[in-house]
Write a protein that binds this ligand. Structure first.
Ligand code: ZN
Length: 184
């Protein structure tokens, strides 16, 4: 789809580098985090994974779209429009009206929250303890686990649903993400 096309056409390092100074360190790039005050760089970009992450105060990361959203404090759709312009990708299709994208944006938010939720369970709760120990035996350190927001889904069919409903998302929107399915 158009999101994947934009992501493949926009060079993440080049884009972030157009806003802040980035420096190559091995396979990655590092910079002073633009989202909090710091003196030594804890902001990392992985061109391979098309991801950025702040290991400092923010403990937050994402893709090219989320960077632009955060940098300019704009919505998913607005960021997409701007990136489409940069990448010369047409968003003029009738399907891409604002209402459609508002719906898309909700899905994006739900998916992000779900990732945070499972990550929290892995890192901070007794439920995730075994999984976390397993990851350590596979030599996945905390940095990697944080960067890729690895998570643990507990053996409980409705915990995510309850969590997302508490965050005021409708059951209909949650179902649309495919994170949850209705059983017979
Ligand atoms: Zn930061």
């Amino acid at each position: 789809g158009v999101v994947a096309e934009i992501k493949s056409k926009v060079d993440l390092v080049e884009l972030i580098g157009s806003y802040i100074t980035v420096k190559k360190v091995g396979k990655h790039y590092s910079a002073l985090c633009p989202f909090h005050q710091e003196k030594s760089p804890s902001f990392v970009i992985s061109p391979e994974r098309h991801m950025w992450y702040c290991f400092g105060a923010c403990h937050e990361g994402g893709d090219v779209i989320s960077f632009v959203m955060k940098w300019e404090n704009i919505t998913f759709y607005e960021a997409l429009k701007e990136l489409a312009r940069r990448a010369n990708v047409q968003l003029t299709d009738a399907r891409f009206n604002d209402r459609e994208w508002e719906k898309q944006e909700i899905l994006y938010k739900i998916n992000n929250l779900a990732a945070e939720y499972f990550h929290y369970i892995l890192m901070k709760t007794p439920l995730g303890k075994k999984a976390l120990e397993y990851l350590k035996t596979r030599e996945l350190n905390d940095k990697i686990i944080e960067t890729f927001q690895l998570g643990y889904a507990p053996d409980s069919w409705d915990s995510l649903l309850k969590f997302l409903k508490k965050k005021k998302f409708s059951e209909e929107d949650i179902l649309r993400t495919g994170l949850i399915i209705r059983s017979e």
